[in-house]
Design a protein around this ligand. Structure first.
Ligand SMILES: C[S@@+](CC[C@H](N)C(=O)[O-])C[C@H]1O[C@@H](n2cnc3c(N)ncnc32)[C@H](O)[C@@H]1O
Length: 188
């Protein structure tokens, strides 16, 4: 049996929203923001995207780089980068930021998202999944940053929202919280 790269290296499968986004988005330049061990970046590279994967954890980037070297992947660059700087050096057709915004400096998140939007090519896509803190479901986890109701859709006004929900999710310990999930397309 031929194993996909995530299985071969004992990584979780790619986030389901990344897998779903790949059903819509044609391979292009992609940025994985807060890539951790690279589960999404490896999946995207296997789908033919030209991937840059960034994280501020040098150990995570080293581990991913080892896989890149071992597999001879030519379409995946792994780089240490602090997202809080909000100074992306390139433009991308697809930027994915799954369960990462919550860990950023809250006073930088607005600038981080503005930078993401600015560095998305016309007609390109942003995918964001982020925990929320709402009146109905106060977040039980002390993340530095949490979205409020409707905040993300407000920030993406003028983009085409191909997917947007603020659905309830359940954590491993049974605690419930809302997550904003958005796939948006920048106007041409
Ligand atoms: C919960 S993990 C999500 C990993 C990945 N996006 C996924 O869907 O599996 C959050 C990641 O964000 C990274 N991170 C946190 N703060 C960061 C920052 N300021 N700059 C870059 N990455 C950061 C962490 O190191 C961690 O790898």
């Amino acid at each position: 049996m031929i194993l996909d790269l995530n299985s071969r290296y004992g990584l979780n499968p790619a986030h389901s929203e990344v897998v779903d986004a790949c059903k819509i988005i044609q391979p292009c330049t992609a940025l994985d923001m807060g890539c951790s061990n690279g589960r999404n970046a490896l999946y995207l590279s296997q789908q033919g995207f030209d991937v840059t994967a960034v994280d501020n954890n040098p150990n995570a980037i080293d581990m991913l780089q080892q896989i890149v070297n071992q597999e001879g992947l030519t379409n995946l660059k792994a780089q240490v980068y602090d997202l809080n700087t909000a100074a992306l050096p390139d433009n991308y057709g697809f930027i994915a930021c799954t369960v990462t915004l919550m860990f950023l400096n809250p006073i930088r998140v607005e600038a981080v998202i503005a930078d993401m939007q600015e560095h998305t090519l016309a007609g390109g896509y942003n995918l964001i999944v982020c925990a929320m803190d709402t009146e109905a479901y106060p977040c039980p986890v002390n993340f530095p940053f949490l979205l409020t109701e409707g905040q993300l859709s407000e920030i993406y006004q003028g983009w085409e929202l191909l997917k947007y929900n603020e659905d309830l999710g359940t954590m491993h310990n049974g605690a419930q919280l809302q997550f904003a999930t958005m796939l948006a397309r920048k106007p041409e």
